[in-house]
Design a protein around this ligand. Structure first.
Ligand code: ATP
Ligand code: MG
Length: 334
């Protein structure tokens, strides 16, 4: 076997950086798609307050609609906050939304966080909504802060997210792979562990304590004005970073031992977390707020082998030719 390429040749790396920048421009949601999302959110708020007036009902978007990592086809994640008991019963909520013209309604009342899924034919958006489960607003605020710290984060994360979708590695619920949220944590931790780092750990930096949300500590450094440019000592280009991302997860990381921790800004060991014997613990990614949860547990050993091979495939293509398009080619089912 040939020895692993540590770095790409400079001309190839520069071309890759240009390709990533161009792909980013293509992936960024259009103004029209942002506009549809905003209009949909206003309409949802209007419907809820007309159906059940006087309950201080508010609609908050979270996930990619808010964290700068949205693509044209991303769904809208919504948290409804309300004092209204009827809305809290997801089935009544679903019935009211159907009456008001929403389609493809799926009600999941028994889930850890009960949700309603809908499709709005008017604005052509899919939406997942929960009621009064606001923790996701806090972890969205964390991702958004990380994305705003350094201008390389957004293009890099969007291109990697695109790669995960093209290679069918982004479906935690049905596919047994990983959610966008898990992927984003892996990207953030990769950037935290560069030398010098591109990103800090927001939980480790000094910050004001906030009151807990549902028993969970939700405080972290979030003053973007003082954080912006934190990673400027790291001079790596987008091409170098993408190459290093695939190399780290394809070849360098010891999955047997390590836990990816955005909260620590570092790798922890399975031993110190007591995670040696968890189910589906091949990939360990600590949820930054509920630190007892392993976000990697949606992938079993078999799909982790597949994901690992995909990292290696991407690394090999970039090492040999540096072609982003080939790297992100749509997976063909055999
Ligand atoms: P996409 O564009 O693919 O929809 P996304 O950024 O919206 O990407 P999702 O995986 O859809 O990512 O998750 C949406 C949001 O839900 C996340 O930003 C996070 O706030 C929350 N979330 C998802 N999974 C978890 C989880 N396991 N634990 C806690 N919060 C989660
Ligand atoms: Mg989403």
């Amino acid at each position: 076997e040939k020895p692993l390429l540590e770095k790409m040749p400079p001309d190839q790396e520069q071309a890759l950086t240009r390709d990533i920048e161009a792909e980013f421009e293509r992936l960024k949601p259009s103004a029209a798609s942002e506009d549809r999302r905003r209009k949909f959110l206003d309409k949802l708020s209007r419907i809820l307050n007309e159906e059940w007036p006087g309950h201080d009902t508010k609609v908050h978007a979270f996930g990619s609609t808010e964290n700068h990592l949205c693509m044209n086809d991303s769904d809208v994640d919504v948290c409804i906050t309300t004092k209204c008991k009827a809305i809290e019963s997801t089935c009544k909520l679903a019935a009211a939304l159907e009456k008001r013209g929403m389609e493809r309604i799926v009600c999941v009342p028994g889930a850890k966080v009960p949700i309603v899924k809908i499709w709005d034919p008017e604005y052509q958006v899919a939406c997942d909504m929960n009621v009064n489960s606001t923790l996701a607003l806090d972890n969205t605020r964390m991702i958004k802060t990380y994305v705003e710290i350094d201008e390389r984060v957004r293009p890099l994360a969007l291109v990697i997210k695109h790669w995960t979708k093209q290679r069918v590695l982004n479906n935690a619920a049905i596919g047994g792979t990983l959610s966008s949220y898990t992927w984003i944590c892996m990207i953030l931790n990769f950037l935290q562990t560069r030398e010098p780092p591109v990103l800090p750990s927001l939980h480790m930096l000094p910050h004001k304590k906030k009151p807990p949300n549902a028993g969970v500590d939700i405080s972290f450094a979030d003053d973007i004005e003082t954080l912006r440019g934190w990673g400027r000592d790291n001079k790596e280009t987008l091409g170098e970073l993408l190459f290093a991302f695939f190399k780290k997860y394809g070849h360098d990381l010891d999955y047997e031992k390590n836990v990816i921790s955005v909260r620590a800004g570092n790798l922890l060991s399975k031993e110190e977390k007591g995670w040696q014997f968890l189910q589906n613990n091949r990939l360990c990614v600590e949820e930054p707020f509920n630190t007892g949860r392993n976000l990697g547990n949606t992938a079993d050993d078999c799909s982790m082998r597949g994901i690992h091979l995909e990292f290696r495939r991407a690394h090999k293509i970039l090492a040999e030719k540096g072609h982003l398009a080939e790297c992100c080619e749509q997976y063909e089912f055999p």
